[in-house]
Design a protein around this ligand. Structure first.
Ligand SMILES: O=C(O)CCC(=O)C(=O)O
Length: 262
């Protein structure tokens, strides 16, 4: 098991990911699971058609739509807990900022297959994707709430461009589709209590199956321009901030937002 922050940082730099097994105890996961399941049930009720036909994730879990202030505070406390912050600080030592949360589950529609991608491909054309992976990193901290098949990643692709096979599959060109196997893929099965940290811009895919329900916390480096991705409703209120032991992630986000508005 990797523990030391220099080791974590080296691993992230070289591979684009690391996993810490059994990092969170059963009590932590069980209280998190309760709140997240409440969000998930309400979200499914409100998004029946989308859920049935195409969804594989939701977002804005810390927002006010489905959870009470007490439940949201539990999430903020978890996100800013010492365990989570130790890992965040190891990878982004200067001013890490909170972006959002996402919840990943199995698609209902059996036609949907687990697909390879880089997150940046949905916002940038090819040339800018090449630049973005060199310039900035968005971190996903995946907290599985149940045992799951986990993720498959191509180590090192957080810092390097695709080879021909990877490009053809990810972009679905030259007869390839995005759920074709890619040689060099590393599968990372996860259990409730594990923590997987990975670069959103590396080539990766979630593996569908079992009862997966994974909370992903998205963190970015304040030096990068991701302010438009932040929804104010997902940030803690002032009174919540005053109760959080280590509110740096949220303070950095709020500072970026206020500078952007000035
Ligand atoms: O788990 C999944 O379905 C995909 C995960 C993913 O692509 C991500 O977290 O960026």
């Amino acid at each position: 098991m990797l523990e030391n922050s220099q080791q974590l940082s080296n691993n992230y730099d070289e591979q684009g990911y690391f996993v810490i097994r059994n990092y969170f105890d059963e009590a932590q996961i069980s209280s998190l699971r309760e709140v997240v399941l409440k969000f998930h049930e309400s979200w499914k009720d409100d998004n029946r058609k989308f859920y049935r036909e195409e969804a594989f994730n939701s977002s804005l879990i810390t927002g006010t739509e489905y959870l009470s202030p007490k439940e949201r505070t539990l999430l903020f406390d978890f996100i800013s807990s010492k365990k989570v912050m130790n890992v965040v600080d190891a990878v982004i030592p200067e001013n890490p900022a909170f972006m959002n949360t996402q919840l990943f589950f199995n698609p209902v529609n059996p036609e949907q297959k687990d697909f390879w991608h880089r997150d940046c491909q949905y916002d940038y054309d090819i040339e800018d994707q090449m630049r973005v992976i060199q310039d900035t990193q968005v971190l996903h901290l995946r907290v599985p709430l149940f045992d799951e098949l986990g993720m498959e990643v191509i180590p090192g692709t957080h810092k390097r461009w695709d080879n021909e096979e990877e490009y053809n599959v990810r972009q679905e060109v030259n007869g390839k589709v995005s759920n074709d196997p890619i040689s060099g893929g590393v599968k990372i099965p996860l259990a409730a209590g594990d923590l997987l940290v990975f670069s959103a811009d590396m080539i990766h895919r979630g593996l569908y199956g079992l009862d997966r329900l994974a909370l992903d916390i998205l963190i970015f480096d304040s030096a990068a321009d991701y302010i438009d991705y932040i929804d104010d409703d997902c940030l803690p209120t002032l009174s919540m901030l005053n109760k959080i032991a280590d509110p740096r992630l949220f303070l950095n986000t709020l500072r970026l937002k206020s500078t952007a508005c000035a």
